[in-house]
Design a protein around this ligand. Sequence first.
Ligand code: A3P
Length: 294
Amino acid sequence: MSDFLWFEGIPFSALGHEKEIIGECCNKFGFRDEDTVILSYPKSGTNWLVETVCLIQTKGNPKWIQSVPIWERSPWVETKTGYPQLINQKGPRLMISHLPIHLFPKSFFSSKAKVIYVIRNPRDVLVSGYFFFANKNIIKNPASLATYFDWFLKGHVIYGSWFEHTSAWLSMRARNNFLLISYEDMIKDTRETIEKICDFLGKKLEKDELDLVLKYSSFQAMKENNMSNYSILPDHIIIKDLVLMRKGTIGDWKNHFTVAQAEAFDKVFQEKMAGFSPSLFPWQHEVICLLHCT
Ligand code: A3P
């Protein structure tokens, strides 16, 4: 199993990443004002958002999403294959990134490029990550959920600490070119969230076009779309039994955490995210109730 590739204190997967490319991406990648970036901590719903934005761009027409792999429609900027593709691409670009703010391309901070940052209950991020990474060659293999739980709280998982990633990026949320959405809102108010994304991107969709975006970005549609469900991967990446579309629900952590783990996680969450308004974390109310209400 692959160990991590460490770059400036952040663990990356050795699969698909190189230190030189990450460094070059950070220092030399030139953002254009018309670019759009889907930014997230891994396992927060990144691919769902990519599918949604692609469909918004085609006004609900599924031809593009059903004929071009998701990683070509929206290359991953800090990777070995995504970086060269993006620097050679003309016109407005759609891309994804999981980089923490201090490694993000510096040119972004003086550009008008748009970022959509998606956050998800980190407990569900943890569980989703565990099932995605266990027994694969993407990262060092976590032998059990308990092991992965410890790594997650210490930030010894790809892209480092969820708490640091999220608190640093949340500090950008007042900028005009930064849209914050949550996975939970995408699940509960999918249509409203898509409308919010359209407004942010300056796209106007008719009702029937919006219906098509909803239809083709649904969990079931993505699960059946070989261009989006990771059933095929780029030729240089061989990962057996990789499942992207696992459950697509909120609150699955409750099926996997012990009470002691739920309490330990919440203690860390309260400490690390203390400075933020609880309204930013729509799931937190339920967590507190579960742990403290009788
Ligand atoms: P689960 O493992 O909890 O099922 P990312 O794209 O950042 O890797 O996130 C993957 C998570 O997003 C997975 O969560 C996956 O099922 C969920 N997901 C992907 N597409 C989705 C969709 N259309 N609707 C709901 N959840 C989706």
